[in-house]
Design a protein around this ligand. Structure first.
Ligand code: PHE
Ligand code: FE
Length: 310
């Protein structure tokens, strides 16, 4: 099957009537692009929340976060104090890789998100969590989005991967295989691990923006750590409300780019069923396993139980 020509991403393409898009209610002050007219102003208390979260992450990330991530934090000076100004950030980032950071009010529809990525714009939530949401929030806030995602956009190969992912989203929608492509995002962009001179490091934003998961993902005995295989990952279920039972490991961003952006997914989409085949705890005979997890944390009840994240 040959794929239809890629849409023109200069303006928001029409997904077409046969593509299901979640009926999110668009706030009346934003347009079709879902962008805020301007980034919010933050109170001193909100800036202090950023600073406290930043300091807490820096206790656990050295030695656990990917070198490219720590380098990006530094180059963008994200720890200079307070919630970063998106305009200044975009200017720095623009000079490095051509990306910018734009403000959105909340989670935005998939097709709009993909469109921004395809144009090298990273949509970041405008709001910041409160003190009592310190450890866990459902909706990504500015700390997750900017601290977690933006540093790696300074890496040229990763920056290209994210743009290619945005374009890929439009293709997956036409194939009705968004869930599968979503699993790839989940296990790379949000919860990816990578090898650096034989050591495992985290590059996924979901890991890097919270204190517990960085330690759990890298040193925990519970989770599986398996080398990434695109087909396998796209058939694997995932949970969004607890630590991950399985992490997938890449050799490098160049390796990830080669396996995804440089390959045509048409045949893969045609071969995938509409649902997931593998439980997120599974280890398959075909997996290249770095660590076969005990799953102890999950067997003891996971989040909400007294189970330790070990
Ligand atoms: N190249 C892929 C396609 O043909 C998709 C892809 C690109 C997926 C980049 C992830 C990241 O659809
Ligand atoms: Fe995220």
């Amino acid at each position: 099957m040959s794929s239809p020509t890629a849409p023109d991403f200069t303006r928001l393409p029409d997904p077409g009537p046969e593509v299901f898009t979640a009926p999110l209610r668009r706030p009346s002050h934003v347009g079709e692009d879902w962008l805020e007219p301007a980034q919010r102003r933050y109170t001193a208390a909100e800036d202090a929340v950023w600073d406290a979260l930043f300091a807490r992450q820096m206790e656990v990330l050295p030695g656990r976060a990917a070198t490219a991530f720590l380098g990006g934090l530094d180059r963008l000076d994200l720890g200079r104090g307070g919630v970063p100004d998106f305009a200044a950030l975009s200017e720095n980032l623009g000079a490095l890789t051509g990306w910018s950071v734009v403000a959105v009010p909340m989670l935005i529809p998939d097709h709009v998100f993909f469109w921004h990525l395809a144009n090298r714009r990273f949509p970041a939530g405008n709001f910041i969590r409160t003190r009592d949401q310190f450890d866990y929030i459902e909706e990504p806030d500015v700390f997750h989005d900017v601290f977690g995602h933006v540093p790696l956009l300074t890496d040229p190969v990763y920056a290209d991967y994210m743009q290619a992912y945005g374009r890929a989203g439009w293709k997956a929608m036409r194939h009705n295989r968004l869930k599968a492509l979503g699993a790839l995002y989940w296990y790379t962009v949000e919860f990816g691990l990578m090898l650096e001179q034989g050591a495992i490091r985290a590059y996924g934003a979901g890991i890097l923006s919270g204190p517990a998961e960085a330690v759990f993902a890298i040193e925990g005995q519970s989770p599986n750590r398996v080398m990434l295989d695109v087909e396998r990952v796209m058939r694997t279920d995932y949970v969004i409300d607890d630590l991950q039972p399985t992490y997938f490991v890449i050799d490098s961003f160049a390796d990830l780019y080669r396996r995804t952006a440089m390959r045509d997914f048409d045949a893969l989409y045609a071969a995938l069923g509409p649902g997931f085949t593998y439980a997120n705890t599974a280890v398959l005979p075909t997996d290249r396993v770095l660590h076969h997890g005990t799953q102890e944390y999950f067997l003891r009840g996971g989040r909400g139980s007294a189970a330790a994240a070990v």
